[in-house]
Design a protein. Sequence first.
Lengths: 148, 300
Amino acid sequence: MNFSIDEKGYSVLVYEYTVQIHVSTGDGVPIYLQIANQVKQLVASGRLAPGDEVPPIRTLAHQLLVNPNTVARAYLELERDGVVQKRHGSGTYISDTGSPLARKERVKILAERIDALLAEARNLRVEPLELLRMIKERSQNIQPQEEK
Amino acid sequence: MNMPNESSAVEVSGLSRRFGDKLALNQVSLNVRRGRVFGLVGANGAGKTTLIKHLLGRLKAESGTVRVFGFDPVIDPVAVLSRIGYLSENRDLPGWMRVDELIRYTAAFYPQWDSGYAEELRKQFALEPRTKIKSLSRGEKAKAGLLIALAYRPDLLLLDEPSSGLDPVVRRDILEAIIRTVADEGRTVLFSSHLLEEVERVADDLAMMFDGRIVLAGALDDVREKHCRLVFRFDSPQLSAPKVPGVLSITGQGLEWTAVCNGRRAEATAGAAKLGARLVSEDSPSLDDIFVAWAGAKSE
């Protein structure tokens, strides 16, 4: 939400959907899944909090220039996973149970990255133990920068 | 099955059409459901425009049947044409008219013409009322054509290559119009395109045409889910494309070959194993990859 000034100079409350979702075509991931995954990541990173409203289907469809049915399918997927819930006649909101699920989602996101990394390492003939040592080493390199 | 289907906007069955020696349409069957966006994909000359002309009654079916909202467009042109908003690929608009004249002229044909909506679109598309059609840019002509196709709120919006040769800003306007047509009004859209990116964004269903035939049709999500891309690694370099059963196309060289298949993954991996290859990676192909794979498949 944010404040803005209307033509008459009065301060009015303007409701905005601030979430930024981007879709790209031409890579193998279906658009509905791209939308669902990004909402999950926004929840996992705390940029969407329990009780936040996600944009109405039509609004997001116009914004992303995608078929409204695609957005509807993404929301259905999110609802089934317990990430969002519909409220009677008012809209779709991030579930209150968002946080435990968010942790599960964080783990899932990382697990996918780790799998990809392991596959890459295997192709380059790097043993898992050696990989682990490299991760520790990199982690020590990165830490001081993150703290400042 | 000759009963008109209430849930269908367009039903084409066994449609064939010959121009001289060339079979322009070969046993085409197609079902466009109401309230859906249907993308018709194919290279130039695949038969998309010929098919669309049959829906408008500008061509008569040589064999097979064509029904639009249950009517034969050749026998009941009024019942069909009064419900179709059509944007042709060549945007054949009268060049001597001004924008406001074109709007008034078209409005006269349609009792359900929505002047408010027409004016809203004119402003949104930044079309100057007094400009002559012939001095409009290519993109402006497309917008003018789109305006007169939309402003009577047709039940079926029929767009033949709507974004062909247009810049990204105008293409965006066209996509927006498609989305608005289905989102706010629950109408049906059928559009042909060779831009897979657009089809992927807005279509619920799609059909791919090659050489007058529809080789693949279905819900976009199903089509995507059924196709897979497999990378095989052979023990020894293959001098020509290996014949793996169950794949649409296979490309590569030497040891590694990439195959695209449609639902026959198990058959393909088993077949490749017999040829001494193992599956090294697998993912989902994009719509572009699927199109290219089918284009390769039909030429074999």
